[in-house]
Design a binder for this molecule. Structure first.
Ligand code: SF4
Ligand code: SF4
Length: 272
Protein backbone atom coordinates (compact mmCIF):
# COMPACT_ATOMS: atom_id res chain seq x y z
CA UNK A 1 0.00 0.00 0.00
CA UNK A 2 1.50 3.33 -0.95
CA UNK A 3 1.46 6.62 0.87
CA UNK A 4 1.72 9.94 -0.87
CA UNK A 5 3.80 12.49 0.98
CA UNK A 6 2.68 16.03 0.25
CA UNK A 7 4.90 18.77 1.70
CA UNK A 8 4.66 22.54 1.78
CA UNK A 9 7.15 23.95 -0.64
CA UNK A 10 7.64 27.58 -1.61
CA UNK A 11 5.16 27.34 -4.45
CA UNK A 12 2.68 25.13 -2.62
CA UNK A 13 2.30 21.50 -1.65
CA UNK A 14 3.32 18.99 -4.21
CA UNK A 15 6.09 16.49 -3.46
CA UNK A 16 4.93 12.93 -3.88
CA UNK A 17 6.80 9.73 -3.13
CA UNK A 18 5.72 6.28 -2.03
CA UNK A 19 6.24 5.24 1.56
CA UNK A 20 8.28 2.26 0.39
CA UNK A 21 10.63 4.54 -1.57
CA UNK A 22 11.04 6.86 1.37
CA UNK A 23 11.69 4.09 3.84
CA UNK A 24 14.22 2.57 1.47
CA UNK A 25 16.13 5.81 1.11
CA UNK A 26 15.65 7.11 4.63
CA UNK A 27 15.31 10.49 2.91
CA UNK A 28 13.59 12.30 0.07
CA UNK A 29 15.15 14.63 -2.47
CA UNK A 30 13.41 17.86 -3.41
CA UNK A 31 14.98 20.18 -6.00
CA UNK A 32 18.38 18.61 -5.37
CA UNK A 33 18.14 18.95 -1.60
CA UNK A 34 18.07 15.76 0.46
CA UNK A 35 15.57 15.88 3.27
CA UNK A 36 15.70 13.17 5.92
CA UNK A 37 12.72 11.02 6.75
CA UNK A 38 11.97 13.03 9.86
CA UNK A 39 11.92 16.76 9.17
CA UNK A 40 12.29 17.82 12.76
CA UNK A 41 14.74 17.15 15.54
CA UNK A 42 13.97 16.36 19.16
CA UNK A 43 16.42 18.48 21.14
CA UNK A 44 18.30 16.64 23.85
CA UNK A 45 19.18 18.42 27.12
CA UNK A 46 22.79 18.66 25.85
CA UNK A 47 21.70 20.31 22.59
CA UNK A 48 19.57 22.77 24.56
CA UNK A 49 22.45 23.58 26.91
CA UNK A 50 24.79 24.31 24.00
CA UNK A 51 22.17 26.58 22.43
CA UNK A 52 22.12 28.63 25.62
CA UNK A 53 25.90 28.78 25.83
CA UNK A 54 26.11 30.20 22.30
CA UNK A 55 23.71 32.99 23.11
CA UNK A 56 25.46 33.94 26.33
CA UNK A 57 23.55 35.84 28.94
CA UNK A 58 22.06 38.56 26.71
CA UNK A 59 18.42 38.64 25.66
CA UNK A 60 17.47 36.20 22.89
CA UNK A 61 13.91 36.22 21.64
CA UNK A 62 12.46 32.79 21.01
CA UNK A 63 9.07 31.26 20.37
CA UNK A 64 7.31 28.13 21.59
CA UNK A 65 4.46 26.54 19.63
CA UNK A 66 2.48 23.92 21.48
CA UNK A 67 1.03 21.98 18.56
CA UNK A 68 -1.22 19.96 20.86
CA UNK A 69 -3.14 23.11 21.79
CA UNK A 70 -3.82 24.48 18.30
CA UNK A 71 -7.42 24.04 17.10
CA UNK A 72 -6.87 25.64 13.70
CA UNK A 73 -9.21 28.58 14.32
CA UNK A 74 -6.88 30.94 12.40
CA UNK A 75 -7.36 33.87 14.79
CA UNK A 76 -3.56 34.21 14.96
CA UNK A 77 -3.29 34.60 11.18
CA UNK A 78 -6.03 37.22 11.09
CA UNK A 79 -4.46 39.15 13.98
CA UNK A 80 -1.02 39.03 12.35
CA UNK A 81 -2.32 40.32 9.02
CA UNK A 82 -4.16 43.17 10.70
CA UNK A 83 -1.28 44.12 12.99
CA UNK A 84 1.35 44.04 10.26
CA UNK A 85 -0.68 45.44 7.37
CA UNK A 86 -0.51 42.41 5.12
CA UNK A 87 -3.65 42.65 2.92
CA UNK A 88 -6.27 40.24 4.25
CA UNK A 89 -7.53 39.00 0.89
CA UNK A 90 -4.16 38.26 -0.70
CA UNK A 91 -2.73 34.76 -0.35
CA UNK A 92 0.41 35.61 1.59
CA UNK A 93 0.94 35.80 5.33
CA UNK A 94 3.70 36.21 7.90
CA UNK A 95 2.30 33.24 9.82
CA UNK A 96 0.07 30.40 8.73
CA UNK A 97 -1.43 27.20 10.09
CA UNK A 98 -1.13 23.83 8.37
CA UNK A 99 -3.63 21.00 8.68
CA UNK A 100 -2.27 17.46 8.62
CA UNK A 101 -4.60 14.57 7.90
CA UNK A 102 -3.36 11.01 7.87
CA UNK A 103 -5.70 8.48 6.32
CA UNK A 104 -6.02 4.90 7.51
CA UNK A 105 -4.21 3.70 4.36
CA UNK A 106 -1.23 5.84 5.46
CA UNK A 107 -1.63 8.74 3.01
CA UNK A 108 -0.75 12.14 4.47
CA UNK A 109 -2.55 15.25 3.21
CA UNK A 110 -1.34 18.74 4.17
CA UNK A 111 -3.16 21.96 3.42
CA UNK A 112 -3.43 25.56 4.55
CA UNK A 113 -6.31 27.21 2.68
CA UNK A 114 -5.75 30.98 2.56
CA UNK A 115 -3.04 30.44 5.19
CA UNK A 116 -5.94 29.44 7.51
CA UNK A 117 -6.99 33.04 8.09
CA UNK A 118 -10.59 31.81 8.16
CA UNK A 119 -9.77 28.59 9.96
CA UNK A 120 -10.59 25.21 8.47
CA UNK A 121 -14.31 25.40 7.89
CA UNK A 122 -14.67 22.54 5.43
CA UNK A 123 -13.49 18.95 5.58
CA UNK A 124 -12.09 19.21 2.06
CA UNK A 125 -8.28 19.21 2.21
CA UNK A 126 -6.88 20.15 -1.18
CA UNK A 127 -10.37 19.99 -2.67
CA UNK A 128 -10.90 16.35 -1.74
CA UNK A 129 -13.86 14.93 0.09
CA UNK A 130 -12.58 12.81 2.94
CA UNK A 131 -14.85 10.45 4.82
CA UNK A 132 -14.47 10.70 8.58
CA UNK A 133 -14.18 6.93 8.91
CA UNK A 134 -11.10 6.99 6.60
CA UNK A 135 -9.13 9.33 8.85
CA UNK A 136 -6.60 7.90 11.26
CA UNK A 137 -5.47 11.24 12.71
CA UNK A 138 -5.60 14.97 12.09
CA UNK A 139 -4.05 18.02 13.73
CA UNK A 140 -2.87 21.59 13.15
CA UNK A 141 0.63 23.08 13.12
CA UNK A 142 1.17 26.86 13.28
CA UNK A 143 4.23 28.08 11.36
CA UNK A 144 6.20 31.32 11.14
CA UNK A 145 9.71 32.63 10.58
CA UNK A 146 12.10 30.70 12.84
CA UNK A 147 14.30 33.76 13.56
CA UNK A 148 17.23 31.46 12.85
CA UNK A 149 20.51 31.77 14.68
CA UNK A 150 22.22 31.24 11.31
CA UNK A 151 19.69 32.75 8.89
CA UNK A 152 20.29 31.80 5.26
CA UNK A 153 18.09 34.71 4.19
CA UNK A 154 20.62 37.16 5.67
CA UNK A 155 23.57 35.38 4.04
CA UNK A 156 22.15 35.67 0.50
CA UNK A 157 20.91 39.28 0.56
CA UNK A 158 23.11 41.15 -1.95
CA UNK A 159 22.49 44.60 -0.46
CA UNK A 160 22.46 43.88 3.28
CA UNK A 161 18.80 44.83 3.60
CA UNK A 162 18.05 41.95 5.92
CA UNK A 163 19.90 41.61 9.19
CA UNK A 164 19.77 40.10 12.66
CA UNK A 165 19.32 42.29 15.72
CA UNK A 166 21.49 41.82 18.85
CA UNK A 167 18.58 40.13 20.56
CA UNK A 168 18.23 37.63 17.73
CA UNK A 169 15.35 38.81 15.52
CA UNK A 170 15.82 38.89 11.75
CA UNK A 171 14.43 42.07 10.20
CA UNK A 172 14.16 43.63 6.73
CA UNK A 173 15.00 47.26 6.04
CA UNK A 174 12.39 48.23 3.45
CA UNK A 175 14.37 51.26 2.36
CA UNK A 176 17.32 49.05 1.32
CA UNK A 177 15.49 46.00 -0.04
CA UNK A 178 15.47 45.84 -3.86
CA UNK A 179 12.88 43.05 -4.04
CA UNK A 180 15.20 40.55 -5.77
CA UNK A 181 13.63 37.69 -3.74
CA UNK A 182 16.91 35.80 -3.20
CA UNK A 183 15.96 35.55 0.47
CA UNK A 184 12.50 34.21 -0.44
CA UNK A 185 14.14 31.43 -2.43
CA UNK A 186 16.72 30.64 0.24
CA UNK A 187 14.52 30.34 3.32
CA UNK A 188 14.09 26.60 3.92
CA UNK A 189 10.89 27.28 5.84
CA UNK A 190 9.01 29.19 3.13
CA UNK A 191 8.64 32.02 5.63
CA UNK A 192 9.32 34.93 3.26
CA UNK A 193 7.33 36.50 0.44
CA UNK A 194 7.26 39.74 -1.51
CA UNK A 195 4.86 42.23 0.06
CA UNK A 196 2.07 42.79 -2.49
CA UNK A 197 1.92 46.54 -1.85
CA UNK A 198 5.48 47.54 -0.97
CA UNK A 199 7.14 45.03 -3.35
CA UNK A 200 9.95 44.27 -0.89
CA UNK A 201 10.78 41.16 1.17
CA UNK A 202 8.35 40.51 4.00
CA UNK A 203 8.25 38.04 6.89
CA UNK A 204 7.37 37.58 10.54
CA UNK A 205 9.36 39.84 12.87
CA UNK A 206 8.06 38.26 16.10
CA UNK A 207 6.16 41.63 16.21
CA UNK A 208 9.47 43.30 17.10
CA UNK A 209 7.73 46.68 17.39
CA UNK A 210 5.55 45.21 20.16
CA UNK A 211 7.88 42.87 22.05
CA UNK A 212 10.54 45.57 22.49
CA UNK A 213 7.85 47.64 24.25
CA UNK A 214 6.93 44.86 26.68
CA UNK A 215 3.94 43.52 24.74
CA UNK A 216 3.32 40.07 23.28
CA UNK A 217 3.23 39.32 19.56
CA UNK A 218 -0.21 39.87 18.02
CA UNK A 219 -0.57 36.14 17.24
CA UNK A 220 0.14 35.16 20.84
CA UNK A 221 -2.45 37.59 22.16
CA UNK A 222 -5.00 36.36 19.60
CA UNK A 223 -4.61 32.68 20.46
CA UNK A 224 -7.24 31.81 23.05
CA UNK A 225 -5.73 28.35 23.48
CA UNK A 226 -2.21 29.29 24.52
CA UNK A 227 -0.59 27.55 21.55
CA UNK A 228 1.85 30.42 20.93
CA UNK A 229 4.34 31.87 23.42
CA UNK A 230 7.10 34.41 22.90
CA UNK A 231 9.82 35.53 25.27
CA UNK A 232 13.50 35.64 26.22
CA UNK A 233 14.87 32.11 25.99
CA UNK A 234 17.91 33.14 28.04
CA UNK A 235 15.82 34.35 31.01
CA UNK A 236 15.20 31.48 33.47
CA UNK A 237 12.11 33.31 34.73
CA UNK A 238 10.45 33.58 31.32
CA UNK A 239 7.61 31.27 30.32
CA UNK A 240 9.39 30.22 27.14
CA UNK A 241 12.54 29.27 29.07
CA UNK A 242 10.45 27.13 31.43
CA UNK A 243 8.50 25.51 28.59
CA UNK A 244 11.65 24.70 26.61
CA UNK A 245 13.44 23.27 29.61
CA UNK A 246 10.56 21.22 31.00
CA UNK A 247 9.19 19.67 27.79
CA UNK A 248 10.46 17.53 24.95
CA UNK A 249 10.90 20.26 22.35
CA UNK A 250 11.62 19.98 18.64
CA UNK A 251 12.78 22.26 15.85
CA UNK A 252 11.87 21.99 12.16
CA UNK A 253 14.31 20.99 9.40
CA UNK A 254 17.51 20.95 11.47
CA UNK A 255 19.41 19.50 8.50
CA UNK A 256 19.66 22.96 6.91
CA UNK A 257 21.84 24.15 9.79
CA UNK A 258 19.88 27.38 10.35
CA UNK A 259 19.41 26.71 14.07
CA UNK A 260 15.76 27.70 14.34
CA UNK A 261 14.58 29.54 17.45
CA UNK A 262 10.96 28.43 17.18
CA UNK A 263 10.57 25.40 19.42
CA UNK A 264 7.68 22.96 19.08
CA UNK A 265 5.97 20.87 21.72
CA UNK A 266 4.00 17.80 20.63
CA UNK A 267 4.96 17.54 16.96
CA UNK A 268 3.83 14.36 15.27
CA UNK A 269 6.44 12.52 13.21
CA UNK A 270 4.58 13.20 9.94
CA UNK A 271 5.13 16.99 10.21
CA UNK A 272 7.35 18.50 7.53
S1 SF4 B 1 13.04 31.11 8.88
FE1 SF4 B 1 13.71 31.81 6.86
S2 SF4 B 1 13.23 34.02 6.84
FE2 SF4 B 1 13.20 33.36 8.98
S3 SF4 B 1 15.31 33.78 9.72
FE3 SF4 B 1 15.23 31.61 9.07
S4 SF4 B 1 15.97 31.67 6.93
FE4 SF4 B 1 15.39 33.78 7.48
S1 SF4 C 1 -5.11 31.16 17.33
FE1 SF4 C 1 -4.11 29.48 18.44
S2 SF4 C 1 -5.54 27.75 18.26
FE2 SF4 C 1 -6.16 29.28 16.72
S3 SF4 C 1 -5.06 28.62 14.87
FE3 SF4 C 1 -3.73 30.11 15.86
S4 SF4 C 1 -2.36 28.90 17.14
FE4 SF4 C 1 -4.06 27.56 16.56
Amino acid sequence: MSIKQISRNKGGYGVKQSRRDILKLGAITIAGVTIPLTAFELLTPEALASTKKEHGTGKRWGFVVNATKCVGCGMCVKACKTENEVPMDIKVSRTWVERYIQLKDGEVIIDSPEEARNGFIKNDPRGRTIKEEDISKGFFVPKLCNQCEKPSCVQVCPVGATYKTEDGVVLVDRTWCIGCAYCVQNCPYGARFIHPVHMVAEKCTFCYHRITKGMNSACMDACAFGARKIGDINDPNSEVYKLINSNRVMVLKPEYGNEPMVFYIGLDHIVR
